[in-house]
Design a binder for this molecule. Structure first.
Ligand code: GDR
Length: 339
């Protein structure tokens, strides 16, 4: 049987790399694309040992003709649209670029599928950030969106268009609403890996302290490697449906810090309140975390918690890796990579 062909946009990101590996193991021919400037960021593909196993294509999500060219060169069975300006914080500083890539990028791909390849199945990486200032305590596929950032607004745009193209043109197009998902392949600009790398640098005396923003925000964190498998499952259902993928548990950034400290056997204590709250080493009273106002976002998502009833039913999935296990995996691999 001929190999299935999949396109992963944003292949050198955390999810792109894990998904590429997963699809290669399923005997897919994987075309991975990225913007030209991401060429040097193939460390994830290298770490997973697959940098030479995928076909790499440079692709600007801002250029319709670039996407069009790819669709004329390959007959994709499945397209996973993971390309985005994915850092919420940056979206406040580059809202137009975020809208163009994270939002309009989705529409460009959908237009290519509609006009050139309507049998291609399409996965859109939607985000729990769309729930924003949450309108329901626990969020499922029917919870209304209340985006709090240009990033979240752009993701909501992509989400609704995916739904609209499914209805209007009968495309097999689905959105996975993924809550925060982390791994050793997470970028250091995101808070989980920033904390782990920061603490290890403090222990190695390369750094005195790290600065964080809102440590009271709560997130529903899961393991990226598990989550990308659900993307594939969504495209291999009989009926196209959207799904929330989450752990169903919520923890604050502070909880995450405490868990990392525990894993690194650092005895620490918090003191102070608000912007003056600090984390100290118990043995010598050295400050290792300070709060920096500048790292607060102009508007914040304070709390999210996902309901995965639908994923349990149709994808036959529930998360295996707990919060504690996730921190353990991330800390362990970070330490091993230093050796
Ligand atoms: P998030 O992830 O915005 O939830 O989006 P991030 O790790 O950036 O922030 C999580 C929370 O931590 C707070 N925070 C800090 N964040 C960063 N990055 N750096 C800091 O120093 C810091 N201090 C506190 C943030 O304010 C926030 O509340 C992630 C991304 O992967 C999105 O692309 C994805 O859609 C969602 O998860 C689901």
């Amino acid at each position: 049987m001929a190999k299935k062909i999949a396109l992963i946009t944003g292949v050198s990101g955390q999810d792109g790399a894990y998904l590429a590996k997963f699809l290669l193991n399923k005997n897919y021919k994987v075309i991975g694309s990225d913007r030209r400037s991401a060429r040097n960021s193939q460390w994830r593909l290298k770490r997973l040992g697959i940098d030479n196993k995928i076909i790499y294509e440079e692709l600007e999500m801002g250029e319709l003709f670039d996407i069009d060219r790819l669709f004329k060169n390959y007959k994709f069975d499945e397209v996973y649209n993971l390309a985005a300006q994915s850092f919420v914080g940056s979206s406040f500083y580059s809202p137009l670029n975020t809208a163009n890539i994270t939002g309009l990028g989705v529409l460009r791909v959908l237009e290519c599928i509609r006009t050139l390849s309507p049998k291609t199945k399409f996965y859109q990486a939607s985000s729990s950030e769309m729930f924003g200032d949450v309108l329901e305590k626990i969020q499922n596929e029917n919870t209304p969106f209340n985006p709090q950032s240009p990033y979240a607004a752009a993701k909501a745009f992509g989400h609704f268009l995916t739904l609209n193209y499914r209805k209007s043109y009968k495309l097999f197009a689905v959105s996975g609403i993924l809550f925060n998902h982390e791994s050793p392949l997470r970028g250091e600009e995101f808070v989980t890996r920033k904390i782990i790398v920061g603490f290890i640098n403090i222990l190695k005396k390369k750094k005195a302290f790290i600065e964080l923003g809102n440590i009271n925000a709560k997130r529903d964190w899961g393991y990226a490697k598990e989550y990308v498998e659900q993307m594939w499952k969504m495209l291999n259902q009989k009926i196209p449906r959207d799904f929330v993928i989450a752990s169903g548990k919520t923890y604050s950034i502070k909880d995450f810090v405490n868990e990392v400290a525990k894993n690194l056997k650092m005895k620490v204590k918090w003191k102070g309140n608000g912007f003056n709250e600090k984390l100290y080493m118990k043995n010598n009273n050295k400050i290792i975390i300070k709060i920096n106002k500048k790292l607060f976002r102009p508007s914040e998502v304070n709390y999210v918690k996902g309901n995965i009833t639908k994923a349990k039913k149709y994808l036959n999935w529930k998360p295996k890796v707990t919060f504690k296990k996730l921190v353990e995996i991330m800390v362990k691999e970070e330490l091993e990579n230093l050796k």
